[in-house]
Write a protein that binds this ligand. Sequence first.
Ligand SMILES: CC(C)(COP(=O)(O)OP(=O)(O)OC[C@H]1O[C@@H](n2cnc3c(N)ncnc32)[C@H](O)[C@@H]1OP(=O)(O)O)[C@@H](O)C(=O)NCCC(=O)NCCS
Length: 172
Amino acid sequence: MNIRPARVSDVPGIQELVGVFADRKLMIRRTKAELYESIREFCVAVDDENRVVGCVALHVFWEDLAEIRCLAVAEALQGEGVGRKLVDWCWEVARELEVKSIFALTTATEFFLRCGYRVIEKTELPHEIWSECVRCPAFPECRESAVLRSGDDVPQATARTRVLASSAARLF
Ligand SMILES: CC(C)(COP(=O)(O)OP(=O)(O)OC[C@H]1O[C@@H](n2cnc3c(N)ncnc32)[C@H](O)[C@@H]1OP(=O)(O)O)[C@@H](O)C(=O)NCCC(=O)NCCS
């Protein structure tokens, strides 16, 4: 098992993996064009034969906020720590970019709690994030929670992030 930044040759594998869970209405389906355009946002887990068995993308929204997207682990490998590694990769990238907080909209709430995230009110997130919601198979009946992880030691934190972090702290 290897976790590494995605390459264009991974796109068919990512699309297939995401498609499995999109069929179950757990994820938004992605076209190849979307995946190629955003390939630099992706990290993949690959097996010994270089097949994609896990994927995640980190999409930067603003100077202090990024979103975890397209998180999926092949069913046969779930429960073995791959998902946590992918989410931790997002956190490391966010730190390198000096993005202070990352969030996800997810039905896998318990998984994110295990990975150090906190549940926040969806209304705490900026309106821009809802642009993808119309593409969600569950729209308009949202079943997802908002989860957030925020660090305190990244320089130049903005007021916007402080509002998010303090809101989460108030809730927990
Ligand atoms: C959610 C998902 C990515 C988790 O990946 P995974 O590789 O199975 O997770 P991990 O093995 O790294 O689990 C990390 C921890 O979360 C826990 N966990 C994982 N999935 C869980 C679940 N559904 N419910 C409760 N706990 C869960 C694990 O037990 C583990 O706990 P630990 O702290 O005791 O070790 C995977 O189940 C998946 O691909 N689901 C389908 C697609 C999906 O829902 N994606 C999320 C969209 S945001």
